[in-house]
Design a protein around this ligand. Structure first.
Ligand code: SF4
Length: 463
């Protein structure tokens, strides 16, 4: 018998009497019965390590341990709300392009959307994706190295026409990206994409239980500030509540260029009401000041008619007051968004039409002397060659069921390196192949319907 210690970068262990809790990326967990490890040996676990007293050699131990974790990963939960969660990794069989909720979206421009995680610590009354403590969505969390690989391929594809094309990687989740503990590693990896000495090239191992031989080393160097030699800028949408000075420093060090912070009111009671839960406005204002000194800052309020119209001018004035902290002594950009109603979102009021919204913006520009109407060219976003679609709206394909979808009744299927969100998938089981009619294909985001289930539903209606 000997003692062998296994250490992991993204896993943390908690001993809970008969159970071993394995935390993945801090906010996700699986609870495992200790009996599952009986054939391996006894163990002591804590922090990022687990030490086994065993007869096995190291290779066999790693293999058996990884297979226990892989066999239980379908029980993954989000610890914030106890919702079911899906881990998307290189061995999961879940492609990274095709979903509007997780991974990568390419809308045929120089801006690539990156969505490593879902789930939110706030519960905003206007949330377009219905996120927050009371929602019944399924969460997704994606392995950073898997995203980095795919992002790198996409950058190469887009640069076939222009090798110097400036790319923006925009981290904008259905939720709060600061809930993704591997954010610095992700930022460092995408910032370095396109470079042959890429940190992301040095990432070892695959899948769930990637080992960290040095406990603090993820394989991606987040301490070397990536100069923008690759013409890649990185930006993020965040509600700002979970940012600290230390995390801002770490993200900037990793390569973050711009923070877009949503501030919807400067009156604390109203700000709390809009957030739908406890909300520390003072903290968010302080962190905005800190970011202004360290990186580019964009303040992004959502104009919610009859709820915060009067607050928007105060937010613009707040942004102006930050000019004394910015490097160029200019105020941060204020990007006001028009509240829009969504089928799957929370809609406390009716949305304004675009004419009314732009009239409001024009009046505000006159009152404050600040340019507030933004377009893609303000962010240097250009059109790029379109990513080929392996199938089109209207076609019928065979796809494999890979995991549950984000909303009740949805299933995620995979075919030709794309995921398809299948609504009303019926009783199709994971691993099963089904015939899917593609009902939506815009920007390689695919929706479909299970033909067998649709046929069955039609027959039952008439029988
Ligand atoms: S912070 Fe964003 S994702 Fe979270 S609840 Fe508010 S609007 Fe939704």
């Amino acid at each position: 018998m000997k003692t062998i210690r296994l250490s992991f970068h993204y896993l943390e262990f908690e001993d809970k009497a008969d159970l071993l809790r394995v935390n993945l990326f801090r906010y996700f967990y699986i609870d495992l019965s200790k009996r599952l490890f009986k054939s391996i040996g006894s163990f002591k676990a804590g922090g990022h390590s687990i030490a086994f007293t065993t007869d096995l050699d190291k290779g066999s131990l790693e293999g058996q341990f990884n297979s226990v974790i892989a066999g239980s990963i379908s029980g993954l939960r989000n610890s914030l709300n106890n919702r079911r969660a899906v881990y998307v990794h290189r061995n999961s069989g879940i492609p990274l392009i095709g979903s509007v909720s997780f991974s990568i979206i390419d809308r045929n421009t120089s801006l690539i959307e990156i969505k490593p995680v879902t789930g939110c610590n706030l519960n905003c009354i206007y949330c377009s994706v219905g996120e927050g403590a009371n929602s019944e969505l399924t969460d997704f969390v994606v392995e950073p190295e898997y995203i980095i690989e795919c992002f790198k391929r996409l950058v190469e594809f887009k640069r076939q026409d222009n090798s110097k094309l400036m790319i923006e990687a925009h981290i904008g989740c259905q939720g709060e990206p600061l809930l993704y503990s591997a954010l610095p590693e992700l930022v460092a990896g995408i910032k370095g994409a396109g470079c042959t000495h890429l940190a992301s090239d040095r990432v070892g191992g695959k899948g769930i239980g990637r080992r960290a031989d040095n406990n603090s080393d993820s394989g991606i160097n987040i301490n070397k500030r990536n100069k923008n030699e690759n013409n890649i800028t990185v930006s993020i949408d965040t509600n700002g509540t979970l940012l600290t000075e230390a995390s801002v420093d770490k993200l900037v060090q990793a390569g973050m260029d711009r923070f877009n912070i949503s501030i919807n009111a400067l009156e604390p009671g109203l700000a709390r009401e809009i957030a739908g839960c406890c909300y520390n406005l003072d903290h968010v204002k302080e962190i905005a000041k800190y970011i202004a000194k360290k990186a580019e800052l964009l303040i992004a309020p959502v104009l919610i008619p009859s709820i915060n119209e009067c607050e928007i001018i105060k937010i613009v004035e707040f942004a102006k007051s930050l000019s004394k902290y910015t490097k160029d002594k200019k105020p941060p950009v204020v990007g006001i968004q028009n509240f829009l109603e969504y089928r799957t979102g929370r809609n406390p009021v009716r949305q304004w039409g675009w004419n009314r919204f732009y009239r409001f913006i024009a009046e505000l520009e006159e009152q404050t002397g600040v340019k507030l109407r933004m377009s893609e060219s303000d962010f240097s976003i250009t059109k790029t060659r379109p990513l080929p679609k392996p199938f089109r709206k209207g076609s019928t394909i065979t796809a494999r069921v890979v995991c549950p979808g984000r909303h009740k009744g949805e299933t995620i299927c995979a075919a030709s390196d794309r995921v398809i969100t299948v609504r009303r998938a019926g009783s199709a089981k994971q691993g099963q192949e089904i015939k899917v009619k593609i009902t939506g294909d815009k920007h390689n985001v695919f929706y479909g319907e299970n033909l067998e289930h649709a046929r069955f539903a039609r027959i039952s209606r008439f029988s």
